[in-house]
Design a protein around this ligand. Structure first.
Ligand code: SF4
Length: 356
């Protein structure tokens, strides 16, 4: 017999937790909470998910596996990189922007610079990739061997995705959500449920006030093979915390430790103030990302990869951005007040007024 399964995506953040509480405690609806683990969350979030399980019931945990993709990449690197790396690359325009619902791809600029080796040119979202002389056979062999030393799955989805791609995702090329969340839930949760003949309602904890794009989303709509329900679409942030309070369930403790949002730490969309807060409270997370940068760099054809974009993917990577987070507006001068704040971390600070 056809059954309707309410799949609720849990991130460890306030909105999905409020939605789960609402479904279970107020609507008395049976839900299947699913957590797609990126391997790039703070340990407190993993602890919080255990806490939620004790309060509300089990969570189905899924994670992306890049073993096969990395194995195929190894073969590709062995068979093609040496030849590719020894070829000259003509100057050309490139863009990181990917098309999504909010943006349309801009046309490639018709104009090209006379000096094809010129650096630093930008037109709209297009960046001029200067002419590059091909490597010597020896240099190319070195790059291939270097990549092969790190092209092994680590079991950490976020890192493996970056090793496979040879780069980190970015605000313009946000492939992390697709590979670490959407695809894995589709394959490991939706497809088996659909094969068993179930109908799926995907509960999404998004709110209209979060962004312009979200403001236009309907409460219900049909998705690809399932329907979508957004029960929180008209909720305010206070409603979210009120739902926690009303049922005696704590929000993720990271909200009292200066975090405005919970998810990957840091997220590629992280703001300057969030990065400042992460760096002063959780330097070990910055150190972990700095280690990942070194590994992904080796898996990259250009030998360059940084978590947040830097000129040509070189420089001091995430540490450079942490230094920038301590500067005042404009990013040029070290802000002395911020420098003092960096060293004197308050025990509790919350953008949502959660500290007593
Ligand atoms: S968008 Fe941010 S939170 Fe989402 S998968 Fe990418 S890094 Fe993680």
């Amino acid at each position: 017999m056809n059954k309707t399964v309410n799949v609720l995506s849990v991130s460890g953040g306030k909105d999905s937790a409020a939605m789960w509480i609402y479904a279970t405690k107020e609507l008395d609806v049976e839900v299947l909470p699913v957590f797609a683990d990126t391997g790039h969350e703070h340990p407190l979030t993993y602890e919080y998910l255990n806490y939620l399980e004790q309060q509300l019931g089990p969570i189905k945990r899924v994670k992306a596996d890049f073993t096969e993709r990395i194995a195929r990449k190894r073969i590709y690197v062995q068979n093609h990189w040496t030849r590719k790396l020894t070829l000259d690359v003509e100057g050309h325009w490139y863009t990181e922007r990917i098309e999504d619902d909010e943006t349309e791809r801009e046309p490639v600029p018709k104009w090209e610079p006379e000096d094809k080796a010129v650096e630093g040119l930008k037109i709209g979202g297009w960046i001029w990739q200067p002419f590059q002389k091909g490597m010597t056979e020896t240099e190319a062999t070195f790059v291939v061997e270097r990549a092969l030393t790190v092209l092994h799955p680590t079991g950490i989805p976020f890192l493996d995705l970056c090793l496979w791609k040879g780069r980190f995702p970015s605000t313009k090329a946000r492939f992390c959500t697709q590979f670490l969340k959407v695809e894995v839930i589709q394959e490991q949760v939706y497809e088996p449920l659909l094969l068993e003949g179930n109908d799926i309602v995907s509960w999404q904890g998004v709110r209209a006030e979060e962004s312009r794009a979200r403001a236009n989303l309907p409460e219900r709509e049909d998705g690809k093979g399932f329907s979508v329900y957004r029960p929180l679409i008209h909720w305010k942030v206070d409603d979210v915390f009120e739902m926690h309070r009303r049922h005696g369930i704590d929000p993720n403790p990271l909200y009292k430790l200066g975090m405005g949002r919970v998810g990957c730490m840091p997220c590629i969309n992280c703001s300057k103030s969030e990065l400042f807060e992460i760096a002063r409270r959780f330097p070990e997370e910055i150190a972990r990302v700095a280690e990942w940068e070194q590994l992904v760099k080796l898996a990259s054809k250009r030998g360059a990869a940084t978590f947040f974009p830097t000129a040509h993917g070189q420089g001091n990577g995430i540490h450079e951005w942490v230094d920038w987070s301590k500067t005042s507006y404009g990013g040029k001068q070290l802000d002395l007040v911020k420098a003092i704040e960096f060293e004197n971390v308050p025990a509790c600070s919350s953008a949502y007024g959660l500290c007593e």
